[in-house]
Write a protein that binds this ligand. Structure first.
Ligand SMILES: N[C@@H](CCC(=O)N[C@@H](CS)C(=O)NCC(=O)O)C(=O)O
Length: 201
């Protein structure tokens, strides 16, 4: 069975959320954030980062790639926008943007906040990251002015990608969410699959 190394609120939430939405059977292996880590987890995720999966002989890391793998393996699914749909390019863009554009840069903020010595917690880089994330949430806000979801006129994996990132922005108080983004996040986080993945039920 698909094994998901998962500890909320890390990015493994995206993978469990997708598995729940698609009805894919899986087993959760909890991981202590920051270690110590089991040899099995270290072999699936040499950097010690969440998420990682094991699926038969396959091991993978990177939350977006894992979502694409599960969609390809267990699809077709309405959670994907297909290449013959007009919003296919937008789907790809926001699927990747949720991680690469929006929240990857946030790791520097989280590491500084959790691990830096007291007198280095408010340095130039932290301010740079906060400003970068503020600008990037603006891209999502602009999309939401005339779209209910990121692509395809429906809830898709792109919303799992972006919605998870917005949740982290809110969790750490990284940027004020404008009303449509706040309502979008509310809409996504009221889904039973999200609640399960986030450990809320
Ligand atoms: N781009 C990766 C990022 C993975 C990542 O940074 N995971 C964080 C938790 S959300 C982590 O495990 N950090 C611990 C560390 O870097 O030591 C993904 O999307 O899966």
């Amino acid at each position: 069975m698909l094994k998901i190394y998962h500890t909320p609120p890390t990015r493994s939430v995206r993978v469990v959320w997708l598995a729940e939405e698609m009805g894919i059977p899986y087993e959760v292996v909890p991981v202590q954030f920051g270690g110590p880590h089991s040899p099995e987890f270290k072999s699936a995720s040499p950097l010690g980062q969440l998420p990682a999966i094991e699926d038969g002989d396959v091991t993978m890391l990177e939350s977006i790639a894992i979502m694409q793998y599960l969609l390809a393996k267990h699809g077709p699914s309405p959670l994907e926008v297909k290449r013959d749909e007009p919003d296919f390019p937008a789907y790809l863009q926001y699927l990747e943007f949720g991680e690469a554009g929006l929240i990857a840069i946030g790791n520097a903020y989280v590491a500084t906040r959790l691990r830096a010595p007291e007198d280095e917690k408010k340095n130039w880089t932290v301010n740079y990251v906060i400003e970068a994330i503020r600008q990037r949430t603006g891209i999502v806000a602009a999309r939401l002015q005339d779209h209910e979801y990121m692509a395809g006129g429906r809830f898709t994996a792109a919303d799992i990608s972006v919605g998870y990132a917005l949740g982290i922005v809110k969790f750490f108080g990284l940027s004020e969410l404008e009303p449509k983004s706040a309502a979008y996040l509310e809409r996504l986080s009221s889904r039973p699959a999200y609640k399960k993945a986030a450990g809320q039920v």
